[in-house]
Design a protein around this ligand. Structure first.
Ligand code: LMR
Length: 355
């Protein structure tokens, strides 16, 4: 009897021992002998949050998507770019600070937004600074582009690329704009830039700085009469539905600085940095051509499908605008810097300007 009790107890104990080993085996077998948190970081996918304020089907929106795709391919999924368009995360008022603080890792603000932090960036917003697309590319790839990127370091940012959108045009509800005197008494929305405000105020008009995603409503309600923007922004945000007149003036250029948080960039392993740079280079080549095509196509679409009245300045009228705006170059030279102004003047001469 005693022996059979002992036998049962032995079987129960054996069963318990087997259950314990089987039950805990997966946990025991997966626990590394030495815990190494650096190794764990490398295994994880790195996420780059990329915030911007325009629609997805714009030159900037599409370039961001192409960049995300190429980064995924080139880094073999080790880096993922998450895009937040339409200002859903940050508007242009707070995106630069968000980048500096590392709340996002990438943004692509239009040039005016940078001039608040670094006034020499106003160089790119001077009226008629660039007379052709080739002039724009030369500025991006040459001395001007390099000088401006060189200043980003001190504000904890790295310049990854320049993406173009297109030349700016004027729209209004108050009447066709053909000569500078037509702006008298009008009220324009301006992007965030003291220079752009000053440019329009030369013509006896009012200006109000306003984030991009409030513009449609302020045209619709008549809070402002008009403003300036690229064809692509006028088209994709449907400004043509709430503006009566558009003047093809090509009087300024709307472009973007593609920026990354500097601390984040420097912490990335060298191989990932290289792959991201490759992705950016390919994206930029494609994006700058695509931007030109999109603006051309969308202008044709507005001509055929919308009721906005479109007027194209004659060369003589354009010359009058150039002359009227010329004094702003001297006025802003102390802010922008003599060398940058000189570089812009050289480009204007090279690409057919009068100055
Ligand atoms: C605007 O504010 O109108 C533009 O700068 C928006 C953009 O990013 O293209």
């Amino acid at each position: 009897m005693m022996r059979s009790y002992l036998g049962i107890a032995a079987i129960v104990l054996l069963g318990l021992a087997v259950a314990l080993i089987v039950g805990f085996y997966p946990v025991l077998s997966q626990t590394p002998v030495v815990y190494d948190d650096e190794q764990e970081d490398f295994d994880q996918q790195i996420v780059i949050k990329f915030s911007h304020v325009v629609a997805e089907n714009t030159p900037k929106g599409l370039a961001a998507q192409e960049f995300a795709r190429l980064v995924q391919v080139k880094t073999n999924d080790r880096v993922k770019v998450e895009i937040y368009p339409n200002g859903v995360l940050f508007s242009e008022v707070d995106e630069i600070q968000a980048l500096q603080q590392g709340n996002v890792q990438m943004i692509a603000p239009s040039f005016p937004n940078l001039s608040e932090w670094l006034p020499s960036w106003m160089a790119l917003d001077l009226p008629f600074a660039f007379l052709t697309h080739d002039a724009v590319q030369e500025a991006f790839e040459g001395k001007i582009g390099m000088t401006l990127f060189g200043q980003l370091e001190k504000v904890n940012m790295v310049g990854m690329a320049y993406w173009g959108n297109g030349f700016k045009q004027m729209t209004s509800n108050k009447g066709p704009i053909i000569l500078p005197s037509d702006l008298k008494g009008q009220h324009f929305r301006t992007m965030r830039s003291k220079l752009l405000d000053a440019e329009f105020r030369m013509f006896d008009m009012r200006t109000t700085e306003m984030p991009f995603n409030q513009v449609y409503r302020s045209y619709e309600t008549g809070m402002v009469d008009g403003g300036e923007n690229s064809i692509s922004n006028i088209y994709t945000k449907k400004f043509y539905q709430v503006q009566k007149y558009m003047t093809i003036s090509n009087h300024g250029y709307l472009g973007y600085a593609v920026l990354m948080n500097r601390d984040f960039w420097q912490r990335l392993p060298a191989d990932l940095q290289r792959q991201i740079q490759e992705a950016m280079k390919e994206t930029t080549e494609w994006a700058n051509l695509n931007a030109v095509r999109m603006n051309e196509k969308q202008l044709e679409e507005m001509k055929s499908e919308s009721r906005i009245q479109i007027y194209t300045l004659t060369p003589e009228e354009r010359m009058k605008w150039m002359k009227a705006w010329d004094p702003i170059y001297d006025q802003y030279e102390p802010v922008i810097g003599t060398e940058l102004i000189k570089q812009i003047r050289l480009l204007q001469q090279k690409y057919g300007g009068s100055s």
